[in-house]
Design a protein around this ligand. Structure first.
Ligand code: SF4
Ligand code: SF4
Length: 272
């Protein structure tokens, strides 16, 4: 993302819009600027603000004149009065920021926008998690913190050591160079994104180990994580295995989403 310095009138409206606090007013140049190391290319500043096409020269003149009369001219708070934001063409590795952070961009590896995965929300038709297995979604960076791929790699590497199965139809898995070590592409490790989800599954007897691993890794990475856990219910729609286990481990849990399986089964391997 770029702020056209010739257009910006330093009204400051955009500063509060950025979820990563990447926008600041440079007091030397009296223009808004973007900290590119922190910006995740989410496009919220560009799309989230109304755009007026006032002349920057006109706005600056009005503001200066108003000041003489102890008067302030400020645009409405949700407007960039001079349409100063411009989207620039990105190339890898920086492009990965936009792919994972801008909800209107589609992940080419999965064909899904946003974080690029349906997770287990479609389990009744995709059969990602079968009977006796437990699925996990480990979400990084939300709300409003963001995450670097180096921190995600810390988690995936640790997972690989305890022997989990990474979900193949997940965009983070597609960025792994080695599934048995959990290594991600080296060129993206410094890139920061709004959020991402790592998806894994294990046998039910690994639940305690996985939860402890997430807790332990969470202490040494610079972001926040949220864990989702899923299982298949029995024919009566009850979960008599995972839920009691989580109770025993003293993890508060809530049944958040239930799939009732009205769709077409898409995972041919699992059908056999
Ligand atoms: S809203 Fe537009 S004009 Fe105002 S500070 Fe931001 S970029 Fe500059
Ligand atoms: S693209 Fe997103 S992170 Fe970057 S400056 Fe705009 S709102 Fe902030």
């Amino acid at each position: 993302m770029i702020i056209n310095q010739k257009k910006c009138v330093a009204c400051g409206n955009c500063v509060a819009v950025c979820p990563m606090s990447a926008i600041y007013i440079d007091t030397e140049t009296n223009r808004a600027n973007i900290n590119n190391d922190v910006c995740v290319e989410c496009g919220i500043c560009y799309r989230g603000m109304s755009k007026e096409k006032l002349s920057p020269v006109f706005v600056r003149s009005v503001r200066k004149t108003s000041k003489l009369f102890l008067f302030r001219f400020e645009p409405e708070p949700d407007i960039c009065p001079t349409s100063a934001f411009e989207i620039n063409e990105l190339e890898m590795p920086r492009l990965i920021r936009q792919i994972f952070s801008d909800p209107v961009i589609e992940h080419k590896s999965t064909g899904i926008k946003g974080r690029g995965t349906e997770e287990v929300k479609t389990n009744d038709v995709s059969l990602r998690v079968n009977t006796g297995e437990v699925g996990y979604t480990i979400e990084f960076g939300r709300p409003g913190v963001g995450v670097r791929f180096s921190d995600i790699q810390e988690m995936t590497r640790t997972f690989s050591k305890i022997g989990v199965t990474f979900e193949k139809n997940n965009p983070v898995t597609h960025l792994m160079t080695n599934l048995s070590t959990g290594d991600l592409r080296t060129d993206i490790l410094d890139e920061k994104i709004l959020s991402a989800i790592v998806e894994i599954k294990t046998d039910i007897n690994m639940v305690e180990k996985v939860l402890a691993t997430v807790r332990e890794v969470n202490k040494r990475i610079d972001t926040v994580t949220v864990i989702g856990i899923s299982t298949r219910c029995n024919d009566e729609g009850e979960d008599n295995i995972l839920s009691p286990l989580l109770d025993k481990l003293q993890y508060p849990h809530f049944r958040a989403k239930t799939n009732i399986g009205l769709g077409r089964i898409t995972n041919r391997i699992e059908q056999n």
